[in-house]
Ligand binder design. Structure first.
Ligand code: THU
Length: 149
């Protein structure tokens, strides 16, 4: 599986992707948790696709920001080329340490990553630091589309 694990984004690209995730968090519909999350996906053609969490009065139906972003990307016809994912949460919650994608989102992101044979870097953004982790580190031995082929 090539690419992403060793890849680091240049400073400007990383800052732009994180800014896009911050902007997406501003569109979150999170009236029940009051925990606004934004995600931004970077593709190898430079495209950025964002998502924010979308909650529901039936609480368990909440969609995470990463899942919304991946659904948008797949819905636009993308089937690979995923280089990086930035995730940001609210700055006034938690202890300032970086947010990390929930388990379900790791699996959802993995689908698009495996389709294109990339191992995207996940930028987990906190108020004090950005943690850069390969998806394969967050989700080792992942089940994916190749298993069904
Ligand atoms: N949430 C995300 O959007 N992404 C994650 O990776 C973790 C959690 C959302 C789901 C819910 O709307 C709120 O954050 C609180 O869990």
């Amino acid at each position: 599986m090539g690419g992403g694990a060793e890849m680091t984004l240049d400073e400007k690209t990383e800052a732009k992707l994180i800014a896009a995730a911050h902007e997406a968090a501003g569109h979150a519909y999170a009236p029940y948790s009051d925990y606004q999350v934004g995600a931004a996906l970077l593709f190898d053609d430079g495209a950025v696709i964002t998502g924010s969490n979308v909650e529901n009065s039936s609480y368990g139906l909440a969609l995470c920001a990463e899942t919304v972003a991946i659904a948008r990307a797949l819905g636009e016809g993308r089937r690979g080329g995923l280089q990086a994912v930035a995730v940001v949460g609210p700055e006034d919650k938690g202890d300032g340490s970086p947010i990390t994608p929930c388990g379900r989102c790791r699996q959802v992101v993995n689908e698009l990553a495996q389709l294109g044979g990339t191992d995207p870097v996940v930028l987990c953004v906190g108020s004090d630091e950005v943690r850069r982790v390969a998806l394969s580190t967050l989700l080792p031995h992942a089940f994916g589309p190749a298993h069904l082929a």
